[in-house]
Design a protein around this ligand. Structure first.
Ligand SMILES: Cc1cc2nc3c(=O)[nH]c(=O)nc-3n(C[C@H](O)[C@H](O)[C@H](O)COP(=O)(O)OP(=O)(O)OC[C@H]3O[C@@H](n4cnc5c(N)ncnc54)[C@H](O)[C@@H]3O)c2cc1C
Ligand code: FES
Length: 1216
């Protein structure tokens, strides 16, 4: 395939090896989630126009980009910006220095989105020249530079700081903790930032320009351009017709594409053998500006359309608002390649919840289509109402009316989606255009004409609300007219059956119409307008009219401690630049071994059914199936055990009975991952439910059917006091409170990934993205029926895990190993996002019913809880969850506490540990109860919280030995530091004022305390000093983004400090390396928030051994020579046969009962009552982490957003 991306030069980095060049549909399959929705695979694409000699640079999602479509483009990946060999780019250095990378899986995409923003800002001649070292980008642009790039661990604060550090108008003092300057040293800040200079990376090489020029001069052929491998690029509509009518196109799977981004929305179901790239047809790229509006060829990208609609010479209110709305569609890296026409075709053919169709419908757009040889002009409404277009109907152009010649035009667009910006399809979108007349005398507004469009509410396509329009035409807008209009609207907005959140969608539609009409009548409170609140003492608060416009600002305060330096210092994360430059190797980046095959799971779509047969449809993808691995392929002596732990086991593959939807039935094996994924979709599974009971799907079903797992008595938490006695002391009681919490999907950026390579003598080497290599070794050995020493598991790092890469990874790893064992070839499995979400489970859904008694002053005297957990099909860690939930609830002194705990076995995926498992649910339930009590008593909730915090005596009752010394119980201090201050009181007052003044937006402020009990655990370590004095450290813990390697590095440098002199620092000599189950045994499981400290403890022990061995020699050398450089010491030690490698196993004292972490947080939030949109205006968090091993790393671990999202999702389910 002649693709003029200079694939061997430095302009294509990393993706080179991942390009799937065997197929016509060659994708850039970089590390990515492969839906275009995460941004991990963003690259910079550059195109050269020889006519103008201009290069256009734009970010693009490589997982959606077809290789054929980037012919003659230059591709810059993050390795192209900088790398370990050539030196890192300032973007990479600043991301590292601002502590903005944890697991690092998302970081290359972050770098490239930022780079694209910088490159384009710097090209803009209208912007002022920036000071040296800065870009022309502004702070406000920089805050949006990474819109659409998801990060699941770091949180966006440090990332935004890194982006803003390039902005010419930034106040560097406003940026957060970093390694470039110390807070307060303003003068140092700019000087110490890694230098950025415009144009330091060439995005389009000269040789490629020459090639583009010569390709233009030689391409006068009238034939369609065929690049090879089934990629066709017609140069005119005639060429397209020739192609479509040719014989070779009458067979096979043909796909017409522009940006191909629809494959992120509707996954391909089969392989295509021919692609027709419509972007070579000039008619589809036209942009015609007239007085009446702009006509866009259907292939014009959304980004280009936005640019044109914002041009001063064409922009009108309507076109500007359309541009603003288009700016909320998907993310920049999707909009830059996605076409307007492609979007409308999806709306027309596939009932896609398009924003563009809805807003253009209200604006009265027309479109032009080609049906056969006939060109037809239709209104957009006619187009949408037609039956789905034939495959060969071509959308030619779309006309965007400007309404420039009309007076008194009102036009607004609205959308509500899970996220306001970036890759979240709307729950409802709408746009309204009205022509109005104002009666000068009365001030009444009359609607002359109106067009109301609604989409995405569970409708086949966007619709006009004709009945409402007819009703409003000619009417003076009054509140009663609006009410009547809303009544008509509710009749027309009827979501299809099975639409999720149907009621919410209807209420959104009503809210949008109300927002549009309410400014028109006299005397009605406008929902869009926020009344500014100012305190009498002049302290003002959130002056902004729109809370979305509040600039992002942050500040961190840490207590530094140099006692154990370099332990305790906020050094940057080990390998952060490697992660930013894309060189960090995750399992999928390991070069595929020779003859490697790939696997994709087939899973049950039924919760409970016999699997009678698995066949494959007759399709192109089915021809790629090499093998189907099932339970029958477990080797003799092996066991069909995908996961086994203290409480129970589950199989790798269902044998004949599938017990939950998502249960693996088999692994399809093919030559590439893409073939395997598509082949798995061709499976036709014959089920039977004969003689089976209905499945148990909820805790209610489980209770009815008595389906439970047991909690072993040793794990059963302790009840406190006497519930009845406590109730008798209460002044008031609540007897039927209920809290219901849903599950939460893990959504690590790197899906479950494993590579199994058969080795000599019946051995297997497994590279796994795992939190538990030791467990993987045992599980693979069991599945294959071989001794543990035949299985070597290697894990370098994981791209996020959040608990799922411990137990839930085991069935994936064992299935892959079984396939490799059977086929005697390496097999790799990289779950696609959908399979990962369906199969892997998540947090435990939890239901709590409570009875609580309390005094009139808010002191709770007694609580009884009925706790039901949905554990799914197998035990996993589920019996440990109720104690964890109760443990978290014990942050409050309930007086007397009793409970009944049930762990329900259901026909769902097995739920497992997910980040702070049980603690999150427990904290939520506790807060719901306290809120309930406060609302019954009409008391301030924070006052009730404070009243129920433990004193040290009650803490000891609830936490026994873990309560520690009274001096370590800092929760009340933390709480008071945040919530018992004049500034908090002032803010709470302002919130009250705000709520009094504003009808449609409300604010709330709240302070929540937290306790989190942890326990250190057994962990091994090994420290080896090589002959040149460099140090290799191995630990049992896995680097999953939590900064374990960084702390371990610091600890190794500290542990050997006694052996160095003066200013000699060993930190940079230490390398922490991958976990290898043959090199270090008893590695254990990374989890429970203490692996870093346990690993550090092990390293310290190993260092102590080395110090013991080397200290006498050092003292002797010192006596002889005075100064003893480290390398001299090691050289001498090696020559004298001192063992320079020490292993250790840290085992906590049996008397260690764990300890409690304390924290508190205040959040001030605003909610739009009409849409439910929530904005966090400000959060203050205080965390007592004792003496931090590395405060920068620990700050990053305050994983605020992941929990906030869980809480927010579950608020709707809260029923008190
Ligand atoms: C992560 C993500 C988030 C998104 N979020 C939103 C959102 O919030 N709101 C929204 O409205 N949209 C959203 N989209 C949809 C996006 O706008 C569309 O995928 C895109 O516009 C399609 O354009 P394309 O050029 O990539 O089309 P392609 O994928 O190339 O084509 C789409 C379909 O249209 C056909 N087609 C394309 N052009 C023509 C033509 N001229 N004539 C006939 N058939 C044609 C193709 O054959 C194909 O079937 C999102 C997409 C992604 C991936
Ligand atoms: S660092 Fe962003 S997802 Fe892990």
């Amino acid at each position: 395939m002649v693709v003029r991306v200079p694939s061997l030069s430095h302009w294509v980095h990393r993706i080179g090896s991942a390009i799937d060049t065997d197929t016509p549909s060659s994708f850039f399959v970089l590390v990515s989630v492969r839906l275009g929705g995460c941004g991990a695979c963003v690259v910079l694409l550059s195109k050269y126009d020889p006519a103008t000699d201009e290069v256009t640079d734009f970010s693009a999602s490589s997982c959606l980009t077809l290789l054929g479509s980037i012919n003659y483009c230059s591709v810059t990946t993050t390795e192209g910006l900088g790398n370990a060999k050539d030196g890192y780019h300032s973007i990479q250095k600043r991301i590292a220095g601002f502590h903005a990378s944890q697991c690092g899986f998302c970081t290359p995409g972050m770098c490239m989105s930022l780079f694209s923003s910088l490159v384009n800002a710097d090209k803009d001649a209208s912007r002022p020249e920036p000071p040296k070292g800065f870009s022309k980008i502004t702070v406000s642009d920089a805050e949006k530079a990474i819109v659409g790039n998801l990060c699941r661990c770091t949180g966006y604060r440090p990332l935004v700081d890194a982006c803003k550090s390039f902005a010419a108008d930034v106040d560097l003092e406003d940026l957060g903790l970093n390694t470039f300057w110390k807070k307060g040293n303003k003068d140092d800040s700019a000087r110490n930032l890694p230098n950025y200079s415009t144009g330091d990376v060439c995005t389009f090489p000269e040789f490629l320009k020459s090639e583009v020029k010569s390709s233009v001069s030689t391409s006068h052929s009238h034939k369609p351009e065929t690049i090879e491998y089934g990629w066709y690029r017609p140069k005119s509509i005639e060429h397209l017709h020739i192609l479509l009518n040719s014989e070779s196109f009458s067979t096979g799977n043909v796909k017409l594409v522009v940006g191909n981004t629809s494959s992120g929305v509707y996954k391909d179901q089969d392989l295509y053998d021919k692609y027709i790239d419509l972007r070579g047809i000039p008619e589809l790229s036209i942009i015609k500006r007239t007085n009446d509006g702009v006509e866009f060829g259907s292939g014009v990208t959304i980004s280009r359309a936005i640019e044109v609609l914002r041009e001063e010479k064409v922009s009108t209110l309507v076109l500007k608002k359309i541009a603003d709305h288009l700016n909320k569609v998907a993310s920049p890296f999707v909009r830059n390649i996605a076409s307007v026409g492609g979007n409308l075709m999806l709306a027309q053919r596939k009932q896609f919840e398009s924003d563009i169709a809805t807003i253009l419908l209200a604006a009265g757009s027309k479109i032009s289509v080609l049906e056969g040889l006939e060109r037809v002009t239709l209104t957009l409404e006619e187009f949408l109402e037609r039956p789905p277009c034939a495959d060969r109907t071509i959308l030619m152009s779309i006309f965007f009316p400007s309404w420039a010649s009309y007076n008194n035009i009102l036009f607004e667009t609205y959308r509500a989606s899970p996220r306001p910006l970036g890759n979240a399809v709307s729950y409802v979108n709408s746009a309204f255009l009205a022509q109005t007349l104002m009666d000068e005398e009365t001030g009444d507004v009359v609607v002359e004409n109106i067009q109301l469009a609604f989409g995405a509410f569970g409708t086949e396509h966007a619709i006009r609300a004709r009945k409402v329009e007819d009703f409003l035409k000619g009417k003076i807008v009054t509140s009663s007219v609006i009410l009547e209009a809303i009544r008509f609207l509710k009749e027309g907005i009827v979501p299809k059956n099975s639409t999720s959140h149907a009621e919410y969608r209807v209420s959104l539609a009503v809210g949008f119409l109300f927002k549009f009409l309410s400014p028109l009548p006299k005397g009605l409170s406008e929902p869009g307008k926020i009344v500014h609140v100012e305190l009498q003492n002049g302290q003002s608060h959130m002056e902004s009219k729109n809370s979305d416009d509040i600039p992002i600002a942050s500040r961190q305060e840490i207590l530094l401690n140099s006692e154990y330096s370099p332990v305790g210092e906020p050094i940057k994360k080990a390998g952060a630049e490697l992660q930013a430059s894309g060189e960090a190797v995750y399992v999928d980046d390991i070069p595929t071994p020779k003859d490697c095959l790939h696997g994709a799971f087939i899973y049950s779509s039924k919760p409970l059914a016999y699997v009678k047969e698995i066949n494959f449809k007759s399709s192109m993808a089915s021809t790629k199936v090499i093998s189907l691995i099932t339970a029958k392929d477990i080797p003799k002596g092996g066991e069909n055990v995908g996961f086994v732990w203290y409480f129970g086991a589950e199989p790798i593959f269902a044998d004949s009975l599938a017990e939950y939807a998502g249960q693996p039935l088999g692994l399809v094996i093919a030559e590439t991952q893409k073939y395997a994924n598509l082949a798995a979709k061709q499976a036709v599974i014959e089920y039977s439910t004969d003689n089976l009971e209905p499945p148990i799907l909820s805790v209610e079903d489980a209770i009815e059917r008595n389906s439970f797992f047991q909690i072993p008595p040793m794990f059963y938490p302790k009840q406190i006091g006497d519930f009845s006695k406590g109730m008798a002391e209460a002044d008031q009681k609540i007897e039927s409170g209920e809290v219901k919490l849903a599950s939460q999907y893990y959504f690590y950026m790197e899906p479950q990934t494993v590579l199994a390579v058969p080795d000599e003598d019946n051995c297997m080497t497994v590279y796994a993205a795992s939190q538990w290599p030791e467990g993987a070794q045992a599980h693979v050995a069991k599945a294959l029926g071989i001794p543990f020493h035949n299985v070597r598991v290697i894990t370098r790092r994981a791209g996020g895990s959040f608990g799922a890469k411990a137990f839930r990874a085991m069935p994936v790893i064992t299935a892959c190993a079984v396939a490799a064992h059977k086929l005697r070839r390496p097999v790799k499995v990289y779950l696609d996002r959908q399979t990962d979400m369906v199969m892997i489970g998540g947090r435990h859904p939890t239901k709590a019913n409570y009875t609580v008694g309390f005094k009139s002053d808010g002191k709770i005297t007694s609580l009884h809880l009925d706790l039901r957990l949905n554990a799914g099909i197998s035990e996993d860690v589920s019996p440990l969850m109720p104690p964890a939930i109760i443990g978290a609830m014990n942050k409050y002194n309930w007086g007397n506490l009793s409970f009944e705990l049930k762990v329900c076995k259901t026909n769902n995926t097995s739920k497992s540990a997910m980040r702070a498992p049980g603690d999150v649910q427990g904290s939520f339930i506790a807060e719901a109860i306290v809120e309930h009590v406060a609302s019954v008593l009409s008391l301030d909730t924070n006052a009730v919280r404070r009243k129920n915090l433990h004193d040290h005596e009650s803490l000891k009752v609830f936490f026994q030995e873990s309560a520690g010394e009274a001096s370590t119980y800092t929760l009340p201090t933390l709480f008071d530091r945040l919530a018992s201050t004049p500034s908090y009181e002032a803010r709470a007052k302002m919130v009250k004022h705000f709520n009094f003044e504003n009808k449609w937006k409300k604010r709330g402020i709240s302070c929540v305390p937290i306790t989190y009990k942890v326990r250190t655990k057994q962990s091994p370590g090994k420290v080896s000093v090589l002959n040149d004095g460099s140090i290799v450290v191995e630990v049992g813990g896995i680097e999953i983004g939590q900064g374990l390697w960084t702390k371990v590095k610091q600890m190794a440098a500290f542990g050997l400090k006694e052996l160095v002199e003066g200013s000699e620092d060993l930190l940079e000599k230490v390398r922490v390396v991958q976990a290898d189950s043959f090199s270090l045994i008893q590695g254990g499981l990374t989890g429970g928030s203490t692996t870093s400290e346990s690993s550090c403890a092990a390293v310290q022990l190993a260092c102590n051994t080395l110090v013991e061995r080397l200290k006498p020699l050092k003292d002797k050398m010192k006596e002889e020579k005075g100064v003893v450089p480290w390398t001299a010491l090691i050289g001498q030690a090696s020559a004298q046969g001192v063992n320079l490698s020490a292993s250790s196993l840290y085992v906590p004292e049996p008397t260690t009962f764990g300890y409690i972490n304390y924290g508190a947080a205040i959040s001030e939030v605003e909610i739009d009552l009409l849409t439910g949109a929530t904005t966090i205006l400000r959060s203050d968090l205080a965390y007592d982490c004792g003496k931090s091993l590395n405060p920068a790393v620990d700050l990053g671990q305050v994983c605020y957003l992941q929990f906030f999202l869980y809480m927010q999702t579950n608020i709707v389910a809260l029923k008190v």
